[in-house]
Structures are given as C-alpha cells and as structure tokens.
Design a binder for this molecule. Sequence first.
Ligand code: G5P
Ligand code: MG
Length: 224
Amino acid sequence: MASKLFKCVILGAPGSGKGTISSRIVKNFNLEHISSGDKLRLNIKNNTELGIQAKKYISQGELVPDSIMVRFILNEIQKLNHRSWLLDGFPRTVAQAKELWGSHKLNLVINLNVPFEVIIERVKGRWLHLPSGRVYNIDFNAPKVPGKDDITGEPLVQREDDKPEVVMKRLQNYDKITKPMVDFYKEVGIFHDFKGNTSDEIWPKVLDCLKTNCPSETATAQSI
Ligand code: G5P
Ligand code: MG
C-alpha cells in the first residue's frame, strides 16, 4: 500500500514560480500540496508560537532554523495519513534534505531554474490570498477584480518579505544555502531541471515529466 504513494518536491529560488506550478500540478494529479511558506504565513497571521518565532526570520529574509522546520513539516506529512504529496519550499538546506530522505524516499525532485533578473521584476507585482495561498501577479495572472481573491472575494495582501531589500537577501541565501541541495538530489538520481523565463514555458515540460514518472492512479482526468 505505502509503496504506491508518490512523494515529490519542487525546488527553485524565491519567486521562481513554485507556488504557480504547484497549483497547476495539483489540478492535474492527486497530490496534497504542502507549501512551507504558506503554512508559516498562516501561523504568523494566527499568532501561534511557531508563527511568533518564524516571523523574526522571515521578515529579515533569513531561513527559519532547520530543527523547527524539520519537526513542523514531518508532522504535516504525517497528518496526510498515507496520501501522495508535493512539498513546496521544503527542504531548503542540505540538512533538511537529509532529514527528509531519512524518513521518506522521494520519487521525484522538480527544480525551477529561472534567471534572477526575471524573478526580481515579477515579485514586485505579486499579490496573495493569505488563507488559501492563491497567488496573483498584476502582469501575469491578475485577479478578476483588482485587490480581491477570485474565489472568495476577500482582500489580497502583499508579502512583507517581497520588499526589494528582503528579496535580495532571500536570493543570496538561496545561492549560498539552498542551491547546494541540488548536488545532493543529483547524486540520489531523482533530480529534474526545468529552465525558462516564464511559468507557461516551463509548465508543459513539468507536465510531461510527471506523466512519465507519476503512477497512473495519481493522475486526474485532466492530465490524461
Ligand atoms: P516561501 O513562501 O517558500 P520562497 O521565497 O521560496 O518563499 P516564493 O516567494 O513563494 O518562494 P514561488 O512560490 O517560487 O516564490 O513563486 P510564485 O509565488 O509562484 O511566483 C512569484 C510571482 O511571480 C507571483 O506573483 C506569480 O503570480 C508570478 N509569476 C509566476 N510565473 C510567472 C511568469 O511566467 N511571468 C510573470 N510575469 N509572473 C509570474 O518562504 C518564505 C519564507 O519562509 C521561510 C523563509 O524565511 C522563506 O524566506 N521558510 C523556510 N525557512 C527555512 N526552511 C524552510 N524549509 C522554509 N520554508 C519557508
Ligand atoms: Mg511560494
């Protein structure tokens, strides 16, 4: 039973389109989407103990310590109760990747490879529906009504860590701390790199890769 589970991770720099591509993946495949950033932002909004701790790091563009993140995400995976999943934003350090691998052997790692100059431009226009994690962009996928979520009509917000100086810090940390994980997954042999300037260019290649690697029972009618 457990061997039929599909376990997948999406990697990429801040603003590379992990949330955007993940939402397309879950429309086409029966995978539970766990976005570490979305979950942390909800904890901050709800003023939980985790949220209070995480806010100190996130607002500065720093990573939340490994020990906190590993405990949090492994617990979120356990709550899925044997359903297939897609992790977005975790792991983010070699230490996190090794801890995850110790508990769960992944089937696939998707890496979004988008130039930094493209990313810096696009995060300026990002708007977010905090409760659901739905993400918009005034230049790319604008909401139907400006400032309102398409589904609920609730207000959209901008992320505190999308301020230009914090984005630069996040990109530097990505290069220094997160990118070395690529070598770890290349050695394991499950790493797939997708290069492009837009999510529309990258998406068909990700879809093909998932159709090849994902067991048929995980696909929804849309992807067949
Ligand atoms: P997050 O929330 O995981 P990041 O920095 O990894 O944050 P982010 O910013 O959420 O990643 P993304 O999901 O890769 O980016 O990108 P996205 O939101 O889909 O797209 C970015 C924008 O571009 C959107 O407005 C989208 O509409 C638009 N867009 C997409 N495609 C295109 C396109 O083709 N063209 C155009 N024009 N626009 C497009 O983590 C936040 C913080 O939480 C902590 C850290 O502090 C982190 O900085 N954290 C962790 N700390 C330690 N360990 C972990 N595992 C942690 N996870 C989170
Ligand atoms: Mg995201």
